[in-house]
Design a binder for this molecule. Structure first.
Ligand code: GLY
Ligand code: MN
Ligand code: MN
Length: 438
């Protein structure tokens, strides 16, 4: 797997899309502080990572199609023995060229001096405003500086275009290299869920579960793609629960939503396990509805079907199931029309998946749901949440929360479920937990 060639291919595609007389300016992520003198672990911004592979903070990439002196310029922190001793290695402008394939490397300190020269004679600037106010001002200052010199015959850029739609449309379609990386993220995340399946028992805490997950991620050189959600009992009904502080009790379900990031690419998996190894009849009844909904939805993940079809499938199956369980009353068609299911199923069926867990890419084109095409990856994650204290829910169902989530690659043929090896039916889960204990 040659990442350098992959990054170069993406840049060539971007340069082609931009056309002549254009420039793109893409700042990378900055270091962020958690508290005094302590920074968060650095994560490069996904667009920057996609186009450069460069993982140091405070860099800026500039792309100028057709420029004979170089089309790809990378501005970054210079080598510095003192700083590198304290903080870590730097590639420096030389490394930007040698290791990362930049045509020219510069110290970041040269940005203000170089940009006016690069902007001269350019018509269109691809730059996304509104994400970094301080940087927006610098870009505007560069352009205004040129405008002030218009009378001396200098042409200044007239058009600002957001860079994001271009890059995001590219990112929506995963290459072979990206799919291989996402398979790896899926494999490691499946192993983490299996590990939990084997150790789960009443008396543990939610954080014990989160720790097992993290162990499995880290021993594969991965990290969390998002904060692990380990919700026991009624906490399963809190969609983005990440406190993970409570005791796991006999008779509870555990909703585990955990996925790792492998070289930038995310997996996103949810399973719902009975803490004591056996689903109660009510838990199993709800579980089976969610599972049927998810399977119906995955079956619609085919080229030519539109983005909303998996969601529509989950709404249909979940509404029918809720009626069967006595949680909704009335004709299914009317309940769907009135969105009665939203009381128990209040989120969408999924999202694009890639470098960002909620990945980029539009869901509609010209006001219509876009068609699924080979190379797209999405999650399918219906759920039913029966919140405690809701008097419309019979007591025996209250506090049950179930979500099942897998990652699906659209292909020319059948949906390719990247997370397929992980147990999913209620029987297989019970069996898996039983074996784990033996
Ligand atoms: N883990 C976040 C989500 O499922 O979208
Ligand atoms: Mn998830
Ligand atoms: Mn998800």
């Amino acid at each position: 797997m040659n990442h350098r060639e992959e990054w170069a291919r993406r840049r060539r595609a971007l340069l082609r899309e931009m056309g002549r007389d254009a420039i793109a300016i893409l700042p990378g992520a900055e270091e962020k502080f958690r508290n005094r003198d302590v920074s968060y672990r650095f994560r490069q911004s996904s667009d920057f990572l996609y186009l450069t592979g460069f993982e140091e903070p405070g860099a800026v990439a500039v792309f100028v199609p057709g420029r004979s002196e170089g089309e790809y310029l990378l501005f970054c922190n210079p080598r510095d023995r003192e700083r590198e001793t304290w903080i870590g290695r730097r590639a420096g402008p030389e490394g930007a060229v040698e290791q990362y394939g930049a045509d020219l490397g510069f110290s970041i300190a040269q940005l203000d001096a170089e940009m006016p020269r690069l902007l001269e004679g350019v018509d269109r600037i691809f730059y996304t405003m509104g994400q970094n106010e301080a940087f927006d001002h610098r870009v505007i200052d560069w352009v205004n500086g040129l405008r002030a010199r218009v009378r001396s015959g200098i042409a200044s850029p007239e058009t600002f275009i957001s860079l994001e739609p271009l890059v995001h449309e590219m990112r929506l379609f995963k290459s072979k290299v990206e799919i291989a990386e996402m398979r790896r993220a899926a494999r490691v995340s499946v192993a983490a869920h299996r590990r939990v399946l084997r150790m789960l028992a009443p008396g543990l805490h939610e954080y014990d579960v989160a720790a097992e997950v993290l162990h499995e991620f880290m021993r594969a050189g991965c990290e969390e793609a998002y904060g692990t959600i380990a919700g026991g009992g009624v906490n399963a009904c809190i969609l983005h629960y990440t406190q993970n502080s409570d005791l796991l009790k006999d008779g509870d379900l555990l909703l585990l939503d955990a996925g790792c990031e492998s070289r930038g690419y995310a997996a996103d998996i949810t399973r719902t396990f009975p803490v004591n190894g056996r689903f109660s009849p009510e838990q199993r009844a709800v579980y089976d509805v969610v599972l049927a909904a998810q399977q119906e939805a995955i079956a619609t993940c085919r080229r030519g079907r539109h983005w909303n079809e998996p969601y529509e499938a989950t709404v249909r199956v979940i509404t029918q199931g809720l009626v069967r369980l006595g949680l909704l009353r009335g004709p299914v068609r009317e309940l769907i029309r009135d969105r009665a299911y939203e009381e128990f199923y209040m989120h969408r069926a999924g999202h694009w998946l890639g470098l960002d867990v909620h990945d980029v890419g539009s869901y509609k084109i010209d006001g219509h749901w876009r068609e699924l095409e080979p190379g797209m990856v999405l999650t399918v994650e219906p759920g039913i949440y029966l919140r405690p204290g809701n008097r419309r829910i019979p007591k025996r169902f209250q506090g049950i929360g179930v979500r099942i989530e897998d990652d699906v690659l659209i292909t020319r043929k059948d949906p390719d479920v990247l997370t397929r090896p992980l147990v999913k039916s209620a029987d297989d889960i019970e069996q898996g937990m039983h074996v784990g204990r033996a």
